[in-house]
Write a protein that binds this ligand. Structure first.
Ligand SMILES: *[C@@H]1O[C@H](CO)[C@@H](O)[C@H](O)[C@H]1NC(C)=O
Length: 288
């Protein structure tokens, strides 16, 4: 941890080291350190808020940003003593008419890197390929639930080599393509009504898949077959009327939960839950 190392040096050497920071930051040695160091100066970054915790992890919360302009201004005027952040967050109430954030500008975040990003409840429709591109090596968690997303750059996912969790719940994505990711383990795209599925052959490490409330009436044949680590499949509140052979079959022997609650299922074919699946499955819910 670079930040941790730097902070301990300050403690040991004190006064000798501090000018190096002030000069790179403001160039004015007489100016007192802002209270929120190592964050940007509070007023420059308004209405975004930067905090650091006892483990020297920095986080940014821009939930108070109302417009596209607010967001780009906050990042434009702030100077960042450190560029790596544990978390970035914008959480809007989707029903608040004051909140009109519609776009992320790929240059907004400049050279900052993030581990966890949550942007929810906004009016954003399009996620551009480069929106988070500085975080290719650092991003582990991306939560873009409850926006208005119609376009998401699935082809760029493979570039995020440590991304484990992706949530696109409650958006308006029409096609779930067969994109590649070697790192992805938790995937959630519930509440994208009418979404078309291809398959999951290029995301082999998936453990949990949430695809509730999508109006699925059928599933592609052997959709889950190559997922050796699959443990949870959530298909609640869809429109499935029957569960055909090999519908929820995978070669995993860790599958513990298949949730089919609130569908319209009248027929479950023999071999619908196949192979290792059946003998190890602890819970198959089919309540309607
Ligand atoms: C499954 O999980 C194990 C460890 O839990 C891991 O070594 C393996 O690479 C994972 N992926 C596949 C496709 O088996």
């Amino acid at each position: 941890m670079v930040l941790k190392a730097v902070v301990s040096v300050v403690v040991l050497v004190g006064v000798v080291v501090i000018p190096a920071f002030t000069s790179s930051n403001s160039g004015d040695l007489t100016r007192p350190q802002p209270r929120e160091w190592p964050c940007p100066i509070e007023t420059d970054f308004y209405p975004c808020v930067c905090t650091n915790n006892e483990n020297y992890e920095l986080s940014i919360d821009c939930s108070a940003v109302e417009t596209d302009q607010d967001l780009s201004d906050a990042f434009y005027y702030a100077e960042f003593p450190f560029s790596h952040f544990k978390e970035f967050k914008i959480e809007h109430d989707p029903n608040d008419p004051k909140m009109t954030l519609t776009t992320l500008d790929p240059y907004t975040f400049r050279t900052l890197t993030f581990e966890r990003i949550t942007i929810s409840g906004t009016k954003i429709e399009i996620i551009q390929d480069e929106d988070f591109s500085n975080s290719h090596d650092t991003l582990t968690y991306l939560n873009l639930a409850s926006n208005k997303i119609t376009y998401f750059p699935f082809d760029s996912i493979q570039g995020y080599t440590n991304l484990q969790t992706l949530s696109l719940d409650d958006n308006q994505i029409e096609v779930w393509p067969n994109f590649e990711s070697d790192s992805l383990e938790y995937l959630s795209f519930s509440g994208n009504e009418g979404i078309t599925l291809t398959d999951f052959t290029n995301t082999p490490n998936l453990r949990e898949i949430y695809m509730a409330r999508n109006k699925h009436d059928t599933l592609p044949y052997q959709l889950f077959w190559n997922l050796f680590n699959l443990t949870v499949v959530d298909l609640q509140r869809n429109e499935m009327t029957f569960v055909d052979e090999y519908y929820i079959a995978s070669q995993s022997n860790a599958l513990t939960t298949i949730n089919l609650d609130h569908n319209k299922i009248s027929v479950i074919r023999h071999d619908a839950f196949h192979g290792h699946v059946c003998s190890h499955t602890e819970e198959i819910g089919v309540w309607s």
